[in-house]
Design a protein around this ligand. Structure first.
Ligand code: AHM
Ligand code: MG
Length: 364
């Protein structure tokens, strides 16, 4: 199987375009995976195809945002009281349209909509057994300044005991351990689609010339430690003591333990997470004065990224409990989040729990 690395080793202007057959497309990959399950109906493949299609449309619009009057805010605030950007609204609409048209999803929960959205796919003759929770455009305050943003999604099955024709929010309130798939799209210097179904993490790069996501990063794993930490230090005064001690530890000068650790914070979770996943690092959004329960949302930001992190060999916690084990109570529930390389997250936990000595044996 070819990978991005194989391709770049002999790249010349004439070979820089992906050749047909050289890379597997996202659709081919998904169908191949589904074929391994004897009773699969193709429904899940079609669902991921629909998400991929919406991502391509969002990507297309974003690439020319400054030209088609979709910069700036809509003048509305979303359910979290945050200013809604035009691109937030547009991305939400594209994902809902694609999922409605595709017929495989029966319920959507979106950051940009107060209530869960039932799609009545059963009534309209679709299969509609999947629930999709998503942040259509994460980090959207960065759009107007051409900084990378992303989409995050989490997929569950409608529980057996639930009314198939009128699914309601409680069907979606399942712990992260029940996710059947999760992924994100990062709209960066290139556009990547990264996802897991619990069988490793796989990354696909969009080739805009043919409009296909091509498998460029099969079986992604994350280093078990790294030299990047990502947090908004502007809130330092309101961090709890254990976290302040951890940040001090990261910044001490001690070359033997690879310190100081570098800081990188884009303010776009998908992008910060993606970089740390590939290079090794930790992303943190703790409780702050302004956001006493943390800022990021459990159901469509923390859970999907925690699933991906764990599948890649990393770790995700709220400081005291694994993210995937948290019991959700509402769609837009927030949580503190510490996510990334296993050893770095374990060290953060030790400091947060007031037992930094527990971290002494961890890798730096
Ligand atoms: P959003 O989903 O409304 O875009 O908010 C989430 C974003 C994350 O992408 C980012 O890491 C964080 O909010 C930045 O928040 P802050 O500006 O408080 O550091
Ligand atoms: Mg977000």
């Amino acid at each position: 199987m070819s990978t991005a690395n194989d391709a770049s080793s002999n790249a010349s202007p004439s070979t820089m375009d992906a050749q047909l057959g050289e890379f597997e497309t996202l659709e081919q990959f998904i169908i191949e995976q589904e074929d391994r399950f004897p009773h699969s109906t193709g429904s899940f493949s079609r669902l991921l195809r629909d998400i991929g299609l919406a991502a391509k449309i969002v990507n297309r619009d974003m690439r020319k945002a400054g030209l088609i009057d979709i910069y700036g805010s809509t003048g509305e605030t979303n359910v979290q009281g945050e200013v809604q950007q035009k691109m937030d609204a547009l991305a939400h609409r594209e994902f809902v349209l694609a999922l409605r048209r595709g017929g495989e999803c029966c319920l959507i929960g979106s950051e940009e909509h107060a209530e869960a959205i039932p799609l009545n796919t059963k009534v309209e003759g679709g299969d509609g057994d999947y629930i999709v929770l998503l942040d259509p455009l994460d980090g959207s305050s960065n759009i107007d300044v051409c900084v990378s943003v992303g989409t995050i999604f989490s997929i569950y099955r409608l529980p057996d005991d639930h009314d198939e024709e009128e699914p309601t929010l409680d069907a979606a309130l399942q712990p992260g351990t029940e996710q059947v798939a999760a992924g994100y799209v990062v709209y960066g210097s290139s556009t990547m689609f990264v996802f897991t179904t619990g069988n490793g993490v796989h990354g696909f790069t969009l080739d805009p010339s043919i409009g296909e996501f091509l498998l460029s990063h099969p079986n992604l794993t994350t280093p078990d430690t790294g030299n990047i930490f990502s947090i908004n230090v502007g809130y330092h005064h309101s961090f709890q003591e254990g976290l302040r001690n951890y940040l001090d530890w990261l910044q001490e000068f001690d070359p033997e333990t690879n310190r100081p650790v570098k800081t990188r914070y884009i303010g776009s979770f998908v992008t910060d997470f993606h970089r740390n996943l590939l290079k090794g690092g930790i992303y943190m959004y703790p409780a702050t004065q302004g956001n006493p329960e943390g800022k990021l949302r459990l159901m469509y930001e923390a859970n999907p990224m925690a699933f991906i992190a764990e599948q890649a060999g990393g770790r995700a916690t709220d400081g005291h409990q694994p993210i995937l084990e948290k019991t959700p109570e509402k769609l837009h529930q927030r949580t503190p989040l510490f996510i990334g390389s296993d050893q770095m997250v374990r060290r953060a936990e030790a400091f947060l729990q007031g037992e930094p000595e527990r971290a002494e044996t961890l890798k730096t």
